[in-house]
Design a binder for this molecule. Structure first.
Ligand code: 9YT
Length: 142
């Protein structure tokens, strides 16, 4: 069994800080769960375009307010209790009106050292590709 607290992650390699967000990575690929689990703080006033070409991600808002815009311009408000699931590797833009706190689950799991590249994509590491087949489908044909 794995038991840890968010406080244990502070100032370790599990805490990844970027200009727009800070991701606290509670569970990672090497822990063998088949997903990674993150507690992510989105910084107030930021706008982050993202495209997880290689991952499925579910995001559950537990604090703060903002919105998500889809590639085709649909905008959905986000408040505590809202979940969005990027089940089609959807390109999206997240805007944080206030600081937001999001619980994020990735499949395949992140290894822990990922940050977005210039198009908001996380790389897919070879071991994740071979460990998990089903999430790699791409409904959009990309
Ligand atoms: C909500 C979102 O996708 N933020 C970007 C960071 C990512 N969720 C992570 O690595 O925790």
């Amino acid at each position: 069994m794995i038991v840890r607290h968010l406080d244990d992650l502070a100032a370790t390699e599990r805490e990844v800080d970027t200009p727009n967000w800070t991701s606290r990575r509670l569970l990672l690929a090497h822990e063998g769960m088949g997903f990674s689990l993150h507690d992510t703080v989105i910084k107030r006033g930021t706008e982050t375009p993202m495209w997880y070409r290689h991952h499925l991600e579910a995001v559950y808002c537990i604090a703060g307010e903002g919105e998500i815009e889809t590639e085709n311009g649909q905008v959905f408000p986000i408040r505590p209790g809202t979940v969005y699931a990027l089940d089609r590797h959807d390109r999206h833009t997240l805007r944080a009106a206030t600081e937001m706190r999001m619980v994020c689950v990735f499949n395949p799991p992140l290894r822990g050292d990922e940050v977005h590249d210039e198009s908001g994509v996380y790389p897919l590491h070879a071991e994740a590709a071979s460990a998990t087949a089903s999430p790699l489908r791409d409904h959009a044909g990309r």
